[in-house]
Design a protein around this ligand. Structure first.
Ligand code: MG
Length: 202
């Protein structure tokens, strides 16, 4: 991590931050898209206010196997029809100019094609994309300086290991509360926090 290698000569320098960016419920509204297709599959009619659990499928009373079946049937459509959050595209395009952007998603690589097409369709700029559930390992091995994510378990894990993380506000992550976790309510917050981190670690 650059934090460890920071020295005098880098102050005021222009080397980029390596920023890890999650997709679902960080760059885009996955909840609405999941609800639409999971409601369709189940005949239920849950709305976003019902979602208080990171593992949204549990709302439907499904176990992992049932969830897998539905996800494999509707996953392509769920991902294709998700909408970017306000300012996500604009801020990422700006960050791309000065920094290195790695998309780090826990989606299975089965959905790689639709994911890459979606990013392209929405004009999202990035340098690389990785499909992995082990985000901490990925961030360490690729020298990622900071991860932006909505998942409470990643935020807790990163904070525990003293690794910078920006947690994108979602109802199910409000209980994560440590000084090491920077909370962002929107993409303008993300931009502000990144510029603060940027000057803090140079
Ligand atoms: Mg996510």
């Amino acid at each position: 991590m650059h934090v460890a290698s920071c020295n005098e000569s880098e102050i005021g320098g222009s080397y980029p931050l390596h920023i890890g960016v999650d997709l679902d419920n960080t760059v885009l509204d996955a909840t609405s898209s999941y609800l639409f297709y999971y409601n369709k599959a189940s005949g239920k009619s849950f709305v976003s206010e019902d979602v208080q659990d990171f593992y949204l499928y549990r709302l439907y009373g499904w176990d992992q196997t049932e969830r897998e079946k539905v996800y494999h049937t509707y996953g392509h459509d769920i991902h294709w029809h998700s909408r970017p959050f306000p300012m996500a595209v604009e801020v990422l395009r700006e960050l791309f100019i000065h920094h290195e952007i790695s998309i780090i998603t826990a989606r299975p690589s089965l959905f790689r094609d639709v994911t890459v097409k979606w990013l392209d369709y929405h004009g999202i700029t990035y340098h690389r994309i990785v499909f992995t559930e082990n985000k901490r390992h990925e961030c360490i091995s690729s020298n990622v300086d900071v991860l932006i994510d909505d998942a409470p378990h990643y935020a807790a894990e990163f904070a525990h290991h003293n690794m910078p993380v920006i947690l994108f506000d979602q109802p199910y992550n409000s209980s994560v509360n440590t000084k090491l976790v920077n909370r962002a309510a929107n993409w303008l917050d993300v931009k502000r926090i990144l510029s603060e981190l940027d000057s803090a670690i140079r």
